[in-house]
Design a protein around this ligand. Structure first.
Ligand SMILES: [Zn+2]
Length: 451
């Protein structure tokens, strides 16, 4: 039986304005887009807007291993409530980490039936991987992962950072496997030197900020681009918070980058006010930096926006010291609402650019665009349905995530997510809450490369 989404305005790929068209869904796919369609099961969406389901390609759902912070069920419900239909989970914040085939299988077995939205994995290469044949392990998991996460600096005992030499070896191996490398780009030497100085001075938020300044990201991105160019490898810089570092992406076609809502919205001034609820690594930067990041996002220098969803319980976010509070915030549920309100509505970001940022660019980057990332016949029926006339007031206590501490607390966003649909299934409804069952979400892999 087919389902019809009726009477809404829809966002077709590349469009400069929304169009009044109906969408027919059959067996989880978009089978027809047109005017005045009719079918057995019609859903009236008068007054609403339909966008392609948002893709959030940077989440830490922490399962198995750190489920006191988050797990796949709660993380995926949070994502669904904010219009995200596909996430890609990071390899580093689970035990075991996804660094070889056995670990990959262990993690997939644990989480396979827990997600309400579709999900993929990144593999990773840590310092620990160099104790065995890292290239062999990368090859073993290649068909199951959408890229390999690496760090120039790491706060995790279980997932150590790579030297430049080792990072270069990983770039070369990933190139052979036709997968991108993802990098946390902050310069180890700079941060180590400054952190020592600042720790002696105090434990306040400005001490933390000054230990990870703009230059730490700039130097790291500069070095990373040089190594990627030398290896001829595809590289993606995650969570860029520094506009000057993002500008370096204009020099190269091999390296892409993402930023996150917290870098677009907040500055170090807010960090002093908000404290642990805004602690992330990289740290938020200067107020001027924030405005420049928006420009670089809208002009396409920054490719897309991710949440870097990494919640923690209140006890880990308010320890009395900027050094010991957990780095990371919940974000997958507020990612799309934030970008819709602050980007598309308030900054009048062009529709076609908005569609790239929320869905298409990430889907293309990680080999999912044959199925996801736009509203086209033949693709998965993944949608976020928005009521533009309603507002959404952020309340952490109502998050579906295990993490309730958010720097966006009490902010009012224009527009409200009414429904989230994954392959034709309503997984979230603003009136009813989570409507999808655990296990409805499917594990996804990269489309075969052509060459
Ligand atoms: Zn992250």
């Amino acid at each position: 039986m087919s389902t019809l989404l009726k009477n809404a305005k829809i966002a077709l790929p590349g469009a400069v304005r929304l169009e009044s068209l109906d969408i027919e869904i059959g067996k989880g796919f978009i089978v027809n887009i047109g005017k005045n369609l009719h079918g057995e099961n019609e859903i009236d969406l008068s007054g609403c807007e339909i966008f392609p389901g948002a893709v959030d390609p940077h989440v830490h759902f922490d399962e198995p291993g750190f489920t006191e912070r988050e797990d796949f069920y709660h993380g995926s419900c949070a994502a669904a409530s904010g219009g995200v239909t596909t996430v890609i989970d990071m390899p580093c914040t689970s035990v075991p980490p996804v660094i070889n085939l056995a670990n990959f299988k262990t993690k997939l077995n644990v989480v396979r039936d827990k997600s309400v939205i579709d999900f993929g994995f990144f593999g990773g290469v840590s310092a620990q991987c160099f104790e065995s044949d890292f290239a062999h392990n990368m090859a073993d998991i290649a068909e199951h992962v959408l890229g390999y996460k690496t760090y120039f600096i790491s706060g995790m005992d279980t997932f150590g950072h790579l030297s430049f030499d080792r990072f270069f070896e990983v770039l070369k191996a990933a190139k052979q496997l036709k997968r991108p490398v993802l990098l946390h780009a902050e310069d180890l030497q700079t941060v180590t030197r400054l952190e020592k100085i600042e720790r002696e001075k105090g434990r306040d938020w400005m001490n933390y900020y000054r230990s990870r300044p703009e230059e730490a990201e700039f130097i790291a991105v500069q070095n990373a681009i040089e190594l990627a160019e030398k290896a001829g490898a595809s590289l993606h810089i995650v969570h860029i918070g520094t506009a000057e570092a993002a500008e370096l992406l204009q020099q190269t076609d091999l390296v892409t980058g993402e930023t996150c809502p917290h870098y677009l919205q907040f500055s170090r001034d807010d960090l002093e006010r908000i404290g642990g609820a805004l602690k992330t690594a990289p740290v938020v930067k200067s107020p001027a930096n924030r405005e420049r990041l928006w420009e670089l996002l809208i002009d396409g220098t920054i490719d897309f926006v991710t949440s870097d969803h990494a919640p923690a319980p209140a006890s880990q976010k308010d320890t009395g010291s900027a050094w010991t509070d957990y780095s990371g915030i919940p974000g997958t549920g507020t990612l799309f609402p934030y970008l819709y309100s602050e980007g598309y509505v308030k900054r009048k970001m062009p529709l076609n650019r908005f569609l790239e940022i929320i869905s298409a660019a990430a889907a293309r980057r990680y080999g999912l665009f044959d199925r996801k990332g736009s509203i086209e016949t033949g693709k998965h029926a993944d949608f976020v349905i928005v009521n533009p006339d309603k507002n959404y007031i952020v309340k952490g206590a109502e998050f579906f995530s295990k993490g309730k501490i958010t720097p966006f607390e009490e902010m009012t966003f224009n527009g409200r997510v009414e429904k989230t649909i994954v392959r034709g299934n309503i997984v979230y409804d603003a009136e009813k809450g989570i409507a999808g069952k655990a296990g409805l979400g499917r594990f996804i892999i990269m489309q075969p490369c052509e060459d």
